[in-house]
Structure formats: structure tokens, C-alpha cells
Design a protein around this ligand. Structure first.
Ligand code: HEC
Ligand code: HEC
Length: 201
């Protein structure tokens, strides 16, 4: 509850910051101001205060744009997507493209939260499952992905767990292929893959 309240307060701050911007323009200065507002929930350094909030800085441009579009459309529609639905409602396609470009050009924040040591059997099990499951076929480039394929390396473990669950339950309905693929794994196997992927620096 308190974390929901905190999220709502940040969202209110975001909308106030956004209000004076020219909503239909995508000028460099507007994009920077908007990105500063995103940082209230997605900090540019360290791990987000709320572990269910993903790291976005340095994520791939094509992927970022598609997620903003899908939050706005409501094809990503879990309860915890309410903040992003509100954030994207007033945004135009041009603004989403511009902010995706800006966000992708920043560096991935370094953080050391909730890492599973390489010596932990869970890490090794996860590495094996991810290799056998051919996840790297699409999330290639040392798990940094490319274009519309997201980076998984070093993402928040709580976020990865939650979004995989959303794919499996269908609440995240923007990629039926990922949903089908992830449904074949048991919760224990998902936990191992998340421990591995999130612990890579
Ligand atoms: C009030 C807090 C809040 C603000 C402000 C906010 N976000 Fe988010 N964002 C979230 C949360 C929470 C999630 C996780 C939603 C989920 O689990 O599906 C998220 C998810 C995302 C994702 C999906 C990432 C992924 O790996 O799939 C993107 C992209 C994103 N936000 C971009 C932005 C951008 C760009 C801005 C500024 C224009 C912004 N966010 C502002 C809270 C916020
Ligand atoms: C055929 C290509 C393909 C394969 C194989 C694949 N993925 Fe994906 N994955 C994608 C694409 C594309 C997306 C982005 C979908 C979207 O637009 O929301 C994605 C999204 C994800 C996300 C969401 C990331 C985020 O930031 O929200 C996770 C987690 C994920 N995949 C995990 C896996 C795992 C684990 C495996 C192996 C079991 C795997 N993927 C195999 C293509 C693939």
C-alpha cells in the first residue's frame, strides 16, 4: 500500500512537470525535461527504489518505443502498469520515438542490488536453462539484445520475475510468442533464469 502511494505521488509529480511542455512537439529540450521526470521512478543511477520498476536507461531503442506504445494501447495491462498507462496517455507517437531514442542513448545504471553469487547453484542452473532454452537466440549480444529485443542482463530480479509472470498469465499481452515460450517453465526454473540474468553486471 505504502509503495502504491509512493508511486502515485511520483506520478502526480510527473504529470505536473509534464503539463507545461508542448505536448505535440518533440524538441530536444522537451525530451530532456520529460526524461528528467521519468527519472523520479526510474533513477539514472543505482537501482530503482521500488524493485518492481525496471531499469530503462540504456535499454534498446526499438524495444523502448514499442513498450510505450503498448502501455498507451493497454496491451500491457497488469495492475502495476497503471502508472505507465497514465504517463503515456498524453504522449504522441513522435514524442514516444524521441524519448525512446534519448533513453536508449544513456548508460545502463550500475547497481549491486539482489545479485545471486556465481557460486550459488541457482546461478549455474539458470545459466544452463537460458542456454538450452535458446533465450540468447533473440536476447543475444551477451544478453543485451538489440533493437526490439530487450536487454535482460542486469535487470531488476523482482521486475523480471513479475513481468515473466505477467507474460504467463496473459496480463502482458503484447508478445504472445514470449508468453507461449515462458509457459513451458516451472516457477523454480523461472527463478533460476532470473537469478542468473539479473546477476550479470
Ligand atoms: C510514477 C512512476 C513512473 C514514472 C513517472 C515513469 N515510469 Fe516507466 N515504469 C514504471 C513502472 C512501475 C513500470 C513497470 C510496469 C510493469 O511491470 O509492467 C515501468 C515500466 C516502464 C517501461 C518498460 C520497461 C521494460 O523493460 O519493459 C518503460 C519503457 C518505461 N517505464 C519508460 C518510462 C518513461 C520513458 C518515462 C517518462 C516519460 C517513465 N517510464 C515514467 C513507473 C514509472
Ligand atoms: C524468438 C525470439 C525470442 C526468444 C527465443 C526469447 N525471447 Fe524473450 N523477448 C523477445 C522479444 C521480441 C521481447 C519483447 C516483447 C515485447 O515487445 O514486449 C522479449 C521480452 C522478454 C522479456 C521482458 C523484458 C522486459 O524488460 O520486460 C523477458 C523477461 C524475456 N523476454 C525472457 C526470455 C527468456 C527467459 C527466454 C528463454 C527462455 C526468452 N526470453 C526467449 C524475444 C525472444
Amino acid at each position: 500500500m505504502t509503495s502504491t502511494l509512493r508511486l502515485l505521488r511520483r506520478l502526480a509529480a510527473f504529470l505536473i512537470l509534464l503539463a507545461p511542455l508542448h505536448l505535440h512537439s518533440a524538441h530536444a529540450q522537451d525530451v530532456q525535461q520529460q526524461a528528467a521526470a521519468c527519472a523520479a521512478c526510474h533513477p539514472t543511477s543505482g537501482a530503482p527504489a521500488d524493485p518492481l520498476t525496471p531499469i530503462i536507461w540504456g535499454q534498446n531503442e526499438g524495444y523502448l518505443y514499442l513498450q510505450l506504445r503498448d502501455f498507451k494501447r493497454g496491451t500491457r495491462a497488469a495492475e502495476k502498469d497503471a502508472a505507465m498507462r497514465a504517463v503515456t496517455q498524453p504522449m504522441t507517437d513522435a514524442q514516444m520515438l524521441a524519448i525512446a531514442k534519448y533513453v536508449s542513448a544513456q548508460s545502463w545504471p550500475r547497481h549491486s542490488s539482489a545479485r545471486t553469487p556465481r557460486t550459488d547453484p541457482l546461478f549455474g542452473h539458470g545459466a544452463k536453462l537460458a542456454a538450452l532454452g535458446a533465450c540468447g537466440g533473440c536476447h543475444f549480444n551477451s544478453w543485451q539484445g538489440y533493437s526490439a529485443n530487450p536487454r535482460l542482463r542486469g535487470q531488476s530480479p523482482a521486475y523480471l520475475t513479475a513481468t515473466i509472470e505477467d507474460f504467463r498469465s496473459g496480463k502482458r499481452a503484447n508478445s504472445p510468442g514470449m508468453s507461449d515460450l515462458l509457459r513451458i517453465y516451472s516457477p523454480e526454473e523461472v527463478a533460476a533464469m532470473v537469478a542468473y540474468l539479473s546477476s550479470l553486471e
